[in-house]
Design a protein around this ligand. Structure first.
Ligand code: LMR
Length: 400
């Protein structure tokens, strides 16, 4: 009965790792998936995560019962505070419901399904380009997916005029997916002033903001700075959705821990929204897993662990920034044709190099460097040791 099934292609991002794993060359380098590596090229478990896990193991009162449908209550409260700010009036006025979800993807999917069932406007606008999974998540949630201009290849920067025009002509009430910071894949974010213009335009047209916050603390090294865009929208009293992931900023990739918060107009609406979120979640996965959320809650509620976390986070962000500078300097020193200043201007985990599909394929074939075919490289996968190899590959790709 399954003989008609055709083989599906590998995922454009996770499939890069599949190809990398098959390569036997000692010089191979994986700059595909956005996952942090140390200077030695190794995955990193944060010291605070190890400490939190030790505390959890030692606590004999911990049990393995089901969590509520909405997840671990402490985790939800602390996650809302982290993204919205400890003194957020929306939290004080009980206008925020937060549910623990399966990392950023799960949070986006639950939010998408909720909107498809309960929101009057079923169209979502996503930036062009955006993280490859966004389109599929929202389409499968039952929303109609359209795009707005975001990136200008000519300037390798924000297409601000195009963005304003496209959102300006979106139907009233449409949902708009915004990357809270460190836009994936471009590394290009609006300035504070541009965010304010976007906010005013969206509010004047009644467009509903849905933030994807996958890199809080990772872009600038500051948790508050990276939450600024979300907080600007929440401060005006209007509705906001935000999906948070702890994959990158706590290095909890495989724990699949994240949260969806919905900020509403008043406490009564908020509790009704939460009751409906439970109906979305229950038939999907019943209730979320306990371990990752317990790690996060342990860190966020302990003053010392929290402080230590901010230092470890800043160290990761700073290493990525150093890699940008080293790659830029190396390309300049080699005289590689082109203006590579976007490498140091873009922020977050990725550089959108501007290399095309053929150049990427060449670098993979000849230099065993793995990256997504759109020319995105994960700066977090690079180290001082591998910068020269990448530089040689880019040089050869653009001069051949
Ligand atoms: C990425 O863009 O590489 C990450 O967000 C990992 C993923 O799931 O795609």
């Amino acid at each position: 009965v399954f003989s008609h099934i055709v083989r599906a292609p590998e995922d454009p991002i996770l499939g890069v790792t599949v190809a990398y794993n098959k390569d036997t060359s000692p010089m191979k380098l994986n700059l595909g998936v956005g996952a942090y590596r140390t200077e030695e090229g190794k995955p990193l478990v944060l010291n605070v995560v190890r400490q939190a896990e030790q505390l959890l193991v030692n606590d004999r009162s911990r049990i393995k019962e089901y969590l509520p449908i909405t997840g671990l209550a402490d985790f939800n409260k602390l996650s809302a505070k982290l993204i919205l700010g400890a003194d957020s009036p929306a939290i004080q006025e009980n206008r925020v419901t937060t549910v623990q979800c399966l990392s950023g993807t799960g949070s986006l999917r639950v939010g998408g399904e909720f909107l498809a069932q309960h929101y009057h406007q079923r169209t979502i606008y996503i930036p062009q380009p955006t993280w490859g999974n966004h389109t599929k998540i929202f389409a499968l949630a039952g929303l109609s997916v359209k795009s707005y201009r975001y990136y200008d290849p000519a300037t390798r920067g924000l297409h601000f005029q195009g963005l304003l025009e496209d959102l300006g002509s979106a139907p009233s009430g449409a949902i708009v997916l915004l990357h809270a910071c460190a836009h994936n894949p471009t590394g290009v974010d609006p300035t504070k002033d541009q965010w304010e213009q976007i906010r005013r335009l969206m509010r004047s047209k009644g467009l509903l903001p849905f933030f994807d916050s996958a890199y809080q603390g990772f872009a600038s090294g500051s948790l508050d700075t990276d939450a600024q865009s979300v907080r600007m929208f929440v401060a005006d009293g209007g509705e906001v959705l935000v999906a948070q992931s702890y994959a990158k900023n706590m290095g909890l990739y495989g724990e699949r821990v994240g949260a969806l918060s919905i900020v509403c107009r008043n406490a009564d609406v908020t509790s009704r929204v939460e009751s409906q979120l439970k109906l979305v979640i229950r038939p999907m996965y019943s209730n979320p897993p306990i371990h990752g959320a317990s790690i996060v809650a342990t860190i966020l509620k302990d003053r010392n662990l929290y402080h230590e976390w901010t230092l470890e986070l800043k160290a990761m962000a700073d290493r990525i920034i150093r890699m940008r500078q080293q790659l830029f300097d190396a390309l300049r020193a080699k005289g590689t044709p082109g203006d590579w200043s976007h490498i140091i201007k873009q922020i977050g985990m990725f550089t959108f190099t501007g290399l095309n599909k053929e150049q990427v394929a060449f670098m993979t074939k000849e230099y065993h460097i793995y990256m997504t075919s759109d020319g995105r490289i994960s700066m977090a996968g690079l180290s001082s040791r591998t910068v020269p190899h990448l530089t040689d590959a880019i040089h050869a790709a653009v001069t051949r």
